[in-house]
Write a protein that binds this ligand. Structure first.
Ligand code: TZP
Ligand code: MG
Length: 220
């Protein structure tokens, strides 16, 4: 089945540049404030990643994030298919050890967006085959934000993987303003930078500056 354009926000996937992943542990003003500032800065995709809150708290927060994203940004929930379903999010982002993508798809339906984390070219090809809407390629560089992320694979890997698949590639892991240029020049459609943005005093201006620089590099 051709699922393209089933989700009204699917078109936004073609336009993503800076991708916000929330982190309440690192946040200075809180997750809702970070999401609000990100959307105001022009960020078109938000992933609610929460490892320390109760399901009840997560559902409440997710409902708020959905409201903030409205039709301006894609809203995905990390790992938690139940939370995504509870608030009718636009989709989920899952990892290799989370619920299998085929089962996630059955539960969520054909119109939802599913992103899958991959670490190499084989996993990337498999992700596309199994119906992922985009991949998160991880980790590009070493990172302290995710303890079990492993060693950075280097930005050159992005180019190799871009040649092998058609779905968007989101780069994640250890990306900051300085090294982000190499990530985009190697073909990433979008990038995540958690600590460099969430730990800053001005999330909005950090994201604005990432978006401007990504767009500039993409335009060549
Ligand atoms: N998944 C792979 S690496 C990572 C996640 C959530 C952490 C990225 O954080 P940072 O601070 O951008 O390196
Ligand atoms: Mg996961």
């Amino acid at each position: 089945m051709n699922r393209k354009n089933l989700n009204p926000k699917n078109y936004l996937l073609k336009e993503i540049d800076f991708y916000l992943v929330t982190d309440s542990g690192l946040s200075k003003k809180g997750t809702l404030s970070d999401v609000k500032e990100a959307v105001e800065a022009g960020c078109k995709i938000v992933q609610y990643r929460e490892k320390n809150k109760s399901t009840k708290e997560m559902v409440c927060e997710a409902a708020e994030i959905k409201r903030i994203c409205s039709d301006r940004a894609i809203f995905l929930v990390n790992d938690r298919i139940d939370v995504a379903l509870a608030v009718d999010a636009d989709g989920v982002h899952i990892g290799q050890d989370d619920m299998q993508i085929e089962i996630s798809r059955k539960l969520l339906g054909e119109d939802k967006i599913i992103g899958l984390t991959v670490h190499n070219i084989d996993e990337a090809i498999e992700a596309e085959k199994k119906g992922a809407d985009y991949i998160g390629l991880s980790p590009i560089f070493n990172t302290a934000t995710k303890k079990d992320a492993g060693n950075g694979i280097g930005p050159e890997k992005i180019r190799e993987i871009k040649r092998a698949i058609e779905i968007p590639v989101v780069a994640i892991g250890g990306i900051n303003k300085e090294n982000s240029e190499s990530v985009i020049r190697n073909g990433a459609d979008s990038l995540v930078s958690i600590s460099a943005v969430i730990c800053s005093d001005d999330v909005k201006s950090e994201i604005k500056s990432f978006i401007e620089s990504i767009r500039r590099i993409k335009m060549g």
